[in-house]
Write a protein that binds this ligand. Structure first.
Ligand SMILES: O=C(O)CCC(=O)C(=O)O
Ligand SMILES: [Fe+2]
Length: 259
């Protein structure tokens, strides 16, 4: 492994789910596209920038902050399969991304206080030792909470797939300031105290083929922006398709609040 990439854990995101809350299967990172820079290491990360950026989350560490009375397992619907080609996925006779209906088909992790799990969202290139393509086995999500509340924290370790860009980013972020102290990144720890955050609930009809090809397009026309803490009703059905796109990812979740 090339030294130098470790330790850039930019985000810690705390999430709460109420009964009925879930997060259908998705990838935390995105397939590498040479023309699309990583969001964390691009010099212009301002929200009004027109530059299309992608998530480059090499590793996820997920902490379970408490026991859950019922449900809320983290499911990895493809983790144990050797072959996760598109053809193979199409041949499955159930919607593996729908964790409300199909939570227990593969690898599941029970949420328990003090437990943490980590996984790689990308492969490592044998020759360079650096992060390479998206690992589709890392598809995962949160099954429905059936009783109680689920609290988790996500820690995403971001790495640019271009080594030099990651080094430039680190030099920018961690250069000593005048007092010879390490400069603090605004993004470094992202825990907001405002708990009236956005909750989205929507069907996702994105075409798997398009996602495989990296052409990710949002087809959402029914986004409910709920800005209070009330639990969301659970009596709707949800179709979902794995997504790596930020907008699409938001639409896979329900009764789920990022704090
Ligand atoms: O709730 C879970 O168990 C998984 C959460 C997750 O995948 C995410 O927040 O990206
Ligand atoms: Fe995730």
């Amino acid at each position: 492994m090339v030294p130098g990439w470790m330790g850039i854990a930019l985000c810690l995101k705390v999430v709460r789910y109420y009964p009925g809350g879930h997060y259908h299967a998705h990838w935390d990172s995105e397939e590498i596209e040479a023309d699309k820079p990583c969001d964390h290491s691009h010099p212009d990360q301002s929200s009004d920038s027109n530059v299309p950026l992608r998530l480059c989350r090499f590793i996820t560490i997920l902490y379970y902050l408490q026991d859950v009375e019922g449900g809320g397992e983290t499911a990895f619907p493809l983790a144990e399969f050797e072959n996760v080609s598109k053809e193979y996925r199409d041949s499955l006779d159930y919607d593996y991304a729908d964790l409300t209906r199909n939570c227990f088909h593969n690898l599941n992790v029970k949420p328990e206080y003090g437990k943490a799990i980590m996984w790689y969202n990308h492969f490592i290139d044998d020759e360079t030792g650096w992060m390479s393509s998206l690992n589709t086995h890392a598809l995962h999500g949160g099954c429905d909470v059936t009783k109680g509340t689920k609290w988790i924290a996500n820690n995403w370790i971001t790495v640019d797939d271009v080594y030099e860009r990651q080094m430039q980013f680190q030099a920018r972020e961690f250069q000593p300031n005048e007092d010879n102290e390490t400069a603090e990144s605004e993004n470094e720890t992202d825990i907001s105290e405002n708990d009236s955050t956005e909750k989205y609930d929507n069907d996702n009809e994105a075409d798997d083929e398009e996602i495989d090809e990296g052409k990710k397009e949002s087809k959402n026309d029914n986004i409910n922006d709920l800005t209070n803490d009330n639990a969301i009703s659970t009596d709707e059905t949800h179709e979902s398709t794995p997504s790596t796109d930020k907008t699409e990812r938001d639409d896979l979740l329900k009764g789920h609040t990022e704090l």
